[in-house]
Design a protein around this ligand. Sequence first.
Ligand SMILES: CC(C)(COP(=O)(O)OP(=O)(O)OC[C@H]1O[C@@H](n2cnc3c(N)ncnc32)[C@H](O)[C@@H]1OP(=O)(O)O)[C@@H](O)C(=O)NCCC(=O)NCCS
Length: 195
Amino acid sequence: MNSARSTPSAPAAARDWPPGLPLETERLIVRPFRESDFADVHEYASDPEVTRHLRWGPSAAPETLAFLRQAIAGVRTAGASQFHLGVVERKSARVRGGLSLLERAPGLVEIGYCFARPVWGLGYATEAVRSAARFAGVRFPGADLFGLVTPGNPASERVLLRAGFTPALDASPYAAWMTGVCSTARVFRQRCRPA
Ligand SMILES: CC(C)(COP(=O)(O)OP(=O)(O)OC[C@H]1O[C@@H](n2cnc3c(N)ncnc32)[C@H](O)[C@@H]1OP(=O)(O)O)[C@@H](O)C(=O)NCCC(=O)NCCS
């Protein structure tokens, strides 16, 4: 049901994208951001309820724009290791969330995600994270894929567990990224495996 599908006709801009993108699931398309996504992205990036458990935000408009430009450039870099991707809801064609895969060190990749409040509870995060984990298996084979969940964010913990992550027994390899609101986070991880 949530399996990745091939893309019969990728849009023209896709020629700048790394192989394997966009990710397609039943209800979502996960693709590099575009500057024209600004209004959709700013809706959730400026929402304090959305960013409460994140190391950034809530963002002012110039911060959202700067993020988008950096994200677009990052994905286009040859050998990209910083994937900030937009999650498009097929039925509305709107970006309703963001998902990142960031290579923190060789063999160590952090996953992060957030969604606009109106689409919480629909299973979108689980669907997108499952698909991103498969992409990570191709892009970063064998790497340790980890996510940080702050106390009081059970929905995020559920998402990672359902997507095949398990609690890390030893948090020390991830300590450098456990900063700010994530200083007391729990770490969930899985090994990146090709599909
Ligand atoms: C966390 C977040 C990404 C979840 O997105 P989502 O699309 O609503 O997630 P899903 O619908 O795929 O799954 C949520 C799961 O958590 C469960 N859940 C939701 N609220 C819960 C709560 N208060 N307690 C326990 N479980 C809860 C849901 O029931 C669901 O599990 P189920 O399908 O087994 O029933 C979304 O709430 C969000 O964007 N939050 C703000 C940003 C954020 O916290 N990002 C994660 C940083 S680690």
